[in-house]
Write a protein that binds this ligand. Sequence first.
Ligand code: PLP
Length: 392
Amino acid sequence: MEASNRISTLLGGGSDGWEVFLRARQMIADGIDVTELTIGEHDIRTAAPILQDMHRAALGGHTGYAAIPGIAALRDAVAARVMERTGVPTKRENVMITPGGQSALFAAHMAVIDPGDTALYIDPYYATYPGTLRGVSAVPKAVAARAEDAFQPRADDIDAAAKGARSLMINSPNNPTGVVYSRATLEGIAQVCQDHDLWLISDEVYDTQIWEGEHLSPRALPDMAKRTLVCGSMSKSHAMTGSRIGWVIGPEEIVTHLTNLATHTTYGVPGFIQDAALFALNLGATFEAEIAEPFRRRRALAQGVLSRHNRVTAVPSAGAMYLMLDVSATGMSGEAFADALLDTHHIAVMPGESFGAAAAGHIRVAMTIEDRAFEGALSTLCAFAQELGARA
Ligand code: PLP
């Protein structure tokens, strides 16, 4: 018996660029001390008061089936948060609670894509994007953002790819580049969506991690709320990666369809997790700033280190928990550099190539270890590039 074509081609075949990561994990399993700057996960765990609330909710009996689009109080809280942050009128009926941002991305595409539809996304991209699109039987089509534009996608490039497409997925603040899309970029994107009648799927899971400027949700641009589905999550904003809690925000009709989809797939999110998520949201912006703070600090440390070296240059980023570094002056690909760095210094970073061709010659550094260790590892990385550059 054979698995479906859809599921067996989900990964697209070929190298996915995660070999360095897997090799690092194997070295750790073999007892080697590897500094991992790979995965986008905080070096703290979910805060105790949130877990205590989860515990209280579970002991209090919220362990049965929970409301499928989400419990009313949580949907209201998400709607209020979005309204406060964007000014766009948002009601409970616009909010679908999902098991994390990843499932929100999948559900959002399920809601707007029919098999064989072309779904656009921007390269460099979060590693799951093409698989998510193949998972809904879309034809994924990447539009490259250019390093020379600091990875702000050009409206003209999207426009050139958009004929006959059904949707466009964007992500700002961006993983892997850390770039926050400017108002001009987002207005250009909105225009293309209107010109080609595209749905816009806006992945905003890093919306609380802004180091410079501000986060603008494209749903807030004129006439965009009706064609935009925002995917959010508490993984990054509240250090709740393991709780699997997120949402899709969009037109009421889409949320009704998403409720039907969840009824036939996930059957919702556990009630005690939703209660804890509500508790966490009610901790407010101060708590969100506290969770983001270590990355702000480490970014400042990194700027200090990078200013003392010239073989590695940082992509001008303004958000998220990553740095994208251009290592092409060493004469190496991102992959070769990451491999050599792992072998020589036992420091693991992600090759830019694992996030798409547009990030070739770059590496992504996750700022997810303690400050001093982070600063030390980055100094080693920069000195290593300097040495390689001298030999090249
Ligand atoms: N979108 C982006 C850009 C991400 O980086 C991640 C996780 O790293 C996700 C979505 C999914 O996050 P989660 O499913 O934990 O909410």
